[in-house]
Design a protein around this ligand. Structure first.
Ligand SMILES: NC(=O)c1ccc[n+]([C@@H]2O[C@H](COP(=O)([O-])OP(=O)(O)OC[C@H]3O[C@@H](n4cnc5c(N)ncnc54)[C@H](OP(=O)(O)O)[C@@H]3O)[C@@H](O)[C@H]2O)c1
Length: 329
């Protein structure tokens, strides 16, 4: 098949032929119709993380049409329109419900196995859900990683309608997803951004207030969702009330933060981490999208424009998801 791939890391993506992925007995081959970018597309080019083998096909967020199924697959047939849960787990892990994603064998699609920025993507059949009714291919590819991760964090943070939620760096995909999900539940949402236009846009999308990311935030929050790390950690942590929950799914500005221990234990803060989510959490957000929950699509580009899409992500110009539309067969 043809795909974007890396043949070393650190390295640069190239477009070309790679071997067709094999379809095992429990696997489904999806002809990809749209994929979305994530910061992982950039991390993979830096060697942190380094893919386990080369060539490597990136792409964590995948929507498409079932094209072939292995002999043991009974729930999917060619022609089904599907989305893929990025956290790939063994079938027997599903019995653990929302803890399935804690399975030590969990692999992230597009990181530790081939992802979707090519013609086909092969995953075990239990990773699929029917794509949300009434949504475009671009919207279908825009929510799997960010909505599932944000929902896992907010669910574990015991989000309630009366809560106040702070989301840092609203330009990011997980950040816009966290804002939309918290608003959907009825919570008040405040956001931060380095960019004044993004702060204005966040208010149009339902945020109650928006602050610059690099100054103290003048609110008290029940829950913080942060994917930036050291650049926002201290200001964000200080906003938490006693019993607050600090939710973390990334560290775009660096891997280490300074934790003030008395602030943690006197205020009895919970620190919650997440890496994608379980199949049941993925199904939950898929149902919400099917019921009309908005997803913020920043820009839709043809698959051939992947390098331009990466530059937009690298310079943090986006608000929401950058999507690649794949050509029809
Ligand atoms: N654990 C998981 O399952 C999971 C899932 C998805 C993402 N992630 C991780 O979470 C992070 C966010 O990923 P993403 O794809 O949603 O978005 P992203 O492209 O990493 O952008 C996040 C936003 O963070 C802000 N930001 C970036 N660098 C900053 C800095 N130095 N100082 C202040 N703000 C900064 C920017 O917001 P403004 O432009 O508004 O200032 C940017 O738009 C990444 O590190 C990613 O690897 C983890």
């Amino acid at each position: 098949m043809r795909a974007w791939y890396l043949d070393e890391s650190p390295g640069r993506y190239q477009w070309g032929e790679v071997p067709d992925p094999e379809v095992g007995p429990a696997d489904v081959r999806v002809r990809v119709r749209a994929t979305a970018l994530n910061h992982m597309d950039l991390w993979l080019t830096t060697g942190l993380p380094k893919p386990p083998r080369f060539p490597h096909v990136p792409g964590n967020d995948v929507a498409g049409v079932v094209d072939a199924v292995g002999e043991r697959v009974t729930e999917w047939v060619p022609g089904d329109e599907v989305v893929i849960n990025t956290a790939v787990v063994p079938a027997d892990a599903l019995a653990r419900g929302d803890d399935s994603v804690l399975d030590p064998a969990m692999m992230l699609l597009g990181e530790s196995c081939w992802g979707g920025h090519g013609e086909f993507c092969v995953v075990p059949g239990h990773q699929l859900e029917r794509r949300p009714a009434g949504r475009s291919w671009a919207e279908s590819a825009s929510y799997p990683v960010c909505y599932t991760t944000a929902w896992r964090l907010l669910r574990r943070a015991r989000l309630q309608p009366e809560d106040t939620v702070l989301v840092t760096g609203i330009g990011g995909g997980v950040a816009t997803a966290a804002m939309m999900l918290a608003r959907h539940v009825g919570a008040r949402v405040f956001v931060t951004s380095r960019d004044a236009a993004k702060r204005d846009r966040a208010i149009e999308l339902g945020a109650e207030g928006a602050f610059p990311s690099d100054e103290p935030y003048p609110i008290t929050a029940d829950i913080v969702v942060d994917s930036i790390g050291p650049a926002t950690w201290d200001f964000a942590f200080r906003t938490l009330r006693h019993g607050g929950r600090m939710c973390v799914c990334g560290g775009t500005s660096g891997p280490k933060v300074e934790l003030n221990l008395p602030r943690l234990f006197f205020k009895q803060i919970d620190v919650i981490g997440a890496s994608c989510g379980s199949q049941s959490e993925f199904r939950h957000v898929t149902d919400l999208l099917g019921d009309g929950l908005p997803v913020v699509v920043d820009e839709i580009l043809p698959l051939s424009e992947y390098p331009r899409a990466l530059e937009r992500l690298r310079s943090a110009e986006q608000l929401g998801k950058i999507v690649l539309e794949h050509p029809e067969p």
